[in-house]
Design a protein around this ligand. Structure first.
Ligand SMILES: [Zn+2]
Length: 263
């Protein structure tokens, strides 16, 4: 089975030059990572993600404004080619000075858009889980959605799993413990997808370097060790979960020299 990077910022020229991004897509293919989702963090950044996806096979994009940009945002999006979700949107109370009401308003408007376009959300939630859960409760029509970069309590994890959320697992698992992923009810692997969040959160063994989609292979290996299941099982389940949530097509046939399968 091949792998999917469900959350990265490869289109963002603040972090990656065009050449670097091309090279990283090649690296990803060489490690069995066949599809990539570029995540928008503002109206303009989402349009950039869309343009990058448009010009690359097996790259998809999302539309959304990050909660830290809630003071000045524009929401203007219709169904478009390669658009697979609304995000990243959510709540982030980590740094002092945030405006709670403003963030909640942006989150509610974003979920409204997701429901209107019949898309799932990719959620970014930091230090704000209880407000987040009370907001999403009011939107029963929202499609099963993803909590990206989860690093909260076991209690909140189980609440999320029981309520149909999928969990985005990234490099944090290789250096931040996250033992809460072990032995959950329902079973964690049935609700989990893989992401790099590149350029951030580079997994072991490449800490200190810029992150890239090919490193999904390392995250898959760590997750298989942590959960005590085989790599093929991790690949199979996380890829199928991502395909289901984001309605991804079959990838194009692998180019010569690329690895069609991770395991
Ligand atoms: Zn991100």
């Amino acid at each position: 089975m091949y792998l999917i990077d469900t959350h990265c910022h490869l289109h963002d020229r603040e972090f990656f030059s065009e050449e670097q991004a091309e090279k990283m897509l090649e690296n990803a293919h060489a490690r069995g990572v066949r599809q990539v989702i570029c995540i928008g963090t503002s109206h303009q950044d989402s349009l950039n993600a869309s343009a990058f996806a448009e010009s690359h096979q097996d790259v998809f994009w999302t539309y959304g404004t990050h909660p830290e940009a809630s003071n000045d945002y524009e929401i203007n999006c219709k169904k478009s080619k390669g658009l697979v979700a609304i995000g990243e949107v959510g709540l982030d109370y980590h740094y002092p000075g945030y405006d709670r009401d403003e963030q909640i308003r942006l989150l509610e408007e974003s979920i409204d858009l997701a429901i209107k376009l019949s898309l799932p959300c990719s959620f970014h939630v930091r230090d704000a889980m209880s407000d987040f859960f009370s907001v999403v409760k009011n939107f029963p029509k929202l499609k099963p959605s993803v909590l990206h970069s989860f690093s909260d309590t076991k209690e909140n994890l189980e609440y999320a799993l029981e309520n149909g959320f999928y969990i985005g697992v990234n490099g944090l698992i290789t250096f931040a413990g996250l033992d809460c992923f072990k032995q959950t009810t329902p079973d964690f692997l049935d609700h989990c997808i893989l992401e790099t969040d590149a350029p951030f959160l580079t997994p072991e063994p490449n800490r200190g370097k810029i992150n890239e989609p090919g490193n999904i292979a390392d995250i898959a290996t760590w997750l298989s060790r942590k959960l005590g299941v085989s790599e093929p099982e991790v690949a199979e389940k996380t890829t199928n979960n991502a395909r289901k949530i984001y309605h991804l097509p079959n990838p194009e046939p692998a180019e010569p020299g690329a690895r069609a399968e991770f395991s």
